[in-house]
Design a protein around this ligand. Structure first.
Ligand code: IPE
Ligand code: IPE
Ligand code: MG
Length: 223
């Protein structure tokens, strides 16, 4: 049986789910956020150490300004309201991605949450915000300058420094693509694509995937 340390999730399908159920994409984002809490709780119950969630991509700026603003206010208000809960649960929050363009109040609250939770140990929760894998890799190359680079020390130049590669990637929402998420880190991860939209992805769906992952034979090129 494979051990499981790190799950990465592309939480797709909020907009479509919201439109279908309440004629509002933003309602879908709100429900998606509720489901994030749910999945965090299950992750902790199964003693997962690292959970990385794709929250906003470097390409999501192409969306209507009203939707982008809604998403950032959702994130800000969530942290404002729930910092105590996050501390009580002993969750360490790390935000990965590019700061450029993120509203100042959002950056401030992120800074606060990261500082306050920095010694927490039970779950390492990484939130990919304004994250793009190509952006991350270019930044790493610029940082490398004339250093002699190899696969190991390149890892340390990425936003995900010190975070082990995901064992498992889940994408909800029916699309089978990576959308510029963790391209380097997912080289040997097990990929699971789910037709359900993110707000309807539940505990059972998650546990089934974990079980199936545990039984997969991981070769890494070997036989
Ligand atoms: C994913 O859901 C959440 C974000 C990108 C913020 P979407 O908003 O992409 O939902 P669909 O794919 O349009 O249904
Ligand atoms: C990926 O979903 C980004 C997040 C889940 C945050 P998108 O909905 O943006 O992906 P594409 O555009 O359909 O590939
Ligand atoms: Mg989408």
């Amino acid at each position: 049986m494979n051990s499981l340390h790190h799950v990465a999730i592309i939480m797709d399908g909020n907009g479509r789910w919201g439109l279908k159920n309440k004629n509002s994409r933003n309602f879908g984002h709100l429900s998606g956020l509720k489901n994030v809490e749910n999945i965090i709780d299950i992750s902790m119950k199964v003693n997962l150490k690292f959970l990385t969630l794709f929250v906003f991509s470097t390409e999501n700026w192409r969306r209507p300004k009203t939707e982008v603003n809604f998403l950032f206010s959702l994130i800000k208000n969530y942290f404002k309201k729930n910092l105590k809960k996050i501390l009580d649960k002993d969750i360490k929050i790390k935000v990965i991605g590019n700061n450029r363009g993120i509203p100042k109040p959002v950056l401030n609250i992120i800074k606060k949450v990261q500082t306050k939770t920095k010694n927490n140990k039970t779950l390492y929760l990484n939130l990919a915000l304004n994250y793009g894998s190509r952006d991350e890799i270019i930044k790493a190359i610029k940082k490398a300058k004339h250093k002699k680079i190899n696969e190991k020390n390149f890892d340390n130049l990425l936003f995900t420094k010190k975070i082990p590669d995901p064992d498992l990637l889940i994408r909800t929402g029916g699309q089978k693509r990576l959308s510029n998420f963790l391209l380097w880190q997912l080289a040997y991860s097990e990929l699971f694509f789910v037709d359900k939209m993110w707000p309807e992805f539940n505990k059972n769906d998650f546990l089934k995937i974990i079980n199936s992952y545990k039984k997969t034979k991981r070769n890494y090129g070997n036989i």
